[in-house]
Ligand binder design. Structure first.
Ligand code: SAM
Ligand code: SF4
Length: 476
């Protein structure tokens, strides 16, 4: 039942479930994907308008190969037109793999007795962060199982430790979180620790499937999870990341679920999600799921393009769960963030071993892109992407930057691209081998040559020189 405040007579939808499976299927069943309609919808998105629920369903139903191509082309164009060639880089850092839940798809589930359980001690955590900083990382996402040990105080403490580690010119400037849902007080505590984004994936928006794959623990409670990021918003964290684990249920339903979640945030909190993630199920120790909804590469590419068009202002994250080849292909359809140099083995970053020697018994699932950060930087630069470690908006309190990038004319030109270039120069100076350094500086030259000769360009050139002279952490 909805609660109506006396005076306003507006339904208060805060912390109320917002998924109606029947409604989602009705949209999918009814939406007709004529060529004209699909083209109009792509054009609407290219004009920087959010798509409605119904329009998203039309794109989902457009399965003729030429229409699928048009959707992918549209997503590509939108990325080029709105965001340019920047790709933000980060790395995940697993803090602890104890877990009371029993998620059928996850290697950390409580019933898996082969996995080795551990929580990083303070010293081990510092070692991991030093190892990450020494490769050039500036942005981390800390990942935790769900366990009473990993409460809000613990999460806040680990965030503080990470921010405190400095190695050479290295430092972590933004710490994001992927952990279990908290209550409002808990979210307040982690907000006070100065986290960036709090990310929680619903896994599946279909309640029936949700119950089937979550076999024990707190996570069995669908509503507690569905409304978790509402509680984060209530606690003042407006920088939230949503996601669905593709492969548990029909991908079309999950895309609609993500869009419904976005609509809910917009309607209730007046701010959409900062990021959307679309992890696809990978091999895990004791993986135990019904394989009928596994998503093919073709559908995966398609769904990323649809999400790009449906929610044009939000960051899209593509992780090292996917192979280098898939990542390279899908990057063009609107992905804005990727992880690089990823190692999800507990304590794995300080081991300096090749991925081949890593131990699946310490891991949540298997990743498929084993490239080092340097290799990824080189490939991005080779493909004319600008790798970025920028954290400027978050640190200047310019919240909602993902929306500003999208909606404020000149924002990317004035802030995002220059900041991306500055963080790239820091990387080239501090961590790049000669060949990557030379390629990076060539890209910088090309990008500077494309810029109009104005005050902003002069300021940027000044700051680049300061970095070459040894200054760090300069941004607009
Ligand atoms: N314990 C926290 C939770 O459940 O929200 C942290 C999440 S977990 C460490 C991060 C995410 O990995 C999960 O939300 C899930 O979407 C994803 N994941 C779990 N098992 C996976 C698998 N086998 N393949 C790919 N992604 C998986
Ligand atoms: Fe635990 Fe999260 Fe894995 Fe579920 S997905 S078993 S809650 S670590």
């Amino acid at each position: 039942m909805l609660f109506y405040p006396e005076k306003l007579k507006i339904p208060d939808l805060r912390m109320k479930p917002f998924i109606d499976a029947g409604e989602i299927w009705e949209y999918i069943d009814r939406a007709k994907a004529s060529k004209e309609r699909v083209r109009d919808i792509i054009a609407k998105s290219l004009n920087k308008h959010r798509l409605t629920f119904e329009e998203t369903a039309v794109l989902i139903n457009a399965d003729e190969p030429d229409l699928v191509e048009e959707i992918k082309e549209g997503a590509k164009l939108l990325k080029q037109k709105v965001y340019g060639q920047r790709i933000v880089l980060f790395a995940p850092l697993y803090i602890g793999n104890n877990c009371i839940n029993n998620c059928a798809y996850c290697g950390f589930k409580s019933s898996n007795h082969t996995v080795k359980r551990t929580t990083l001690s303070k010293e081990e955590l510092i070692d991991q962060v030093i190892a990450l900083e020494n490769t050039g990382q500036k942005r981390l996402i800390l990942v935790y199982g769900e366990h009473p040990k990993y409460n809000a105080d613990f999460i806040a403490e680990t965030v503080g430790i990470v921010y405190g580690v400095k190695s050479g010119n290295g430092e972590i400037r933004r710490v994001n979180i992927n952990a279990a849902p908290l209550d409002i007080d808990g979210f307040r505590k982690v907000k006070d620790a100065k986290i960036g984004t709090y990310q929680i994936f619903q896994e599946t928006y279909d309640e029936e499937t949700y119950k089937k794959v979550h076999l024990g623990g707190i996570k069995r409670n669908y509503e507690w999870r569905l409304t978790s990021l509402d509680r984060a918003q209530e606690a003042g964290i407006d920088d939230v990341g949503i996601g669905a684990l593709f492969g548990l249920y029909d991908w079309r339903f999950e895309v609609m679920g993500l869009v419904r979640h976005t609509n809910h945030f917009e309607a209730v909190y007046n701010v959409g999600p900062h990021t959307i993630s679309f992890p696809r199920i990978q091999y895990a120790s004791e993986l135990n799921i019904d394989k009928s909804h596994i998503v093919s590469n073709a559908d995966f590419t398609r769904l990323v393009a649809i999400l790009r068009l449906a929610v044009p202002y939000t960051g899209l994250i593509l992780t090292a769960r996917e192979s280098a080849a898939i990542r390279d292909e899908i990057l063009q359809f609107g992905v804005s963030q990727i992880d690089g140099g990823t190692n999800i083995e507990m304590g794995g970053y300080s081991k300096h071993e090749s991925r081949e020697n890593q131990d699946i018994d310490f891991e949540q699932f298997q990743i498929n892109d084993n490239r080092t950060l340097q290799e990824i930087m080189e490939e991005l630069i080779d493909h004319k992407y600008i790798p970025s470690f920028c954290t400027a908006c978050y640190r200047l309190g310019r919240t909602g930057e993902h929306f500003m990038e999208f909606s404020v004319p000149g924002f990317i030109k004035r802030y995002c691209q220059p900041n991306a270039l500055l963080t790239m120069v820091e990387y080239l100076e501090d961590y790049a081998q000669q060949e990557v350094k030379a390629k990076g500086y060539k890209l910088l030259e090309d990008k500077l040559a494309e810029m109009e000769p104005d005050h902003f360009k002069e300021k940027l050139i000044e700051k680049i020189q300061l970095i070459k002279d040894g200054k760090r952490d300069l941004f607009f």
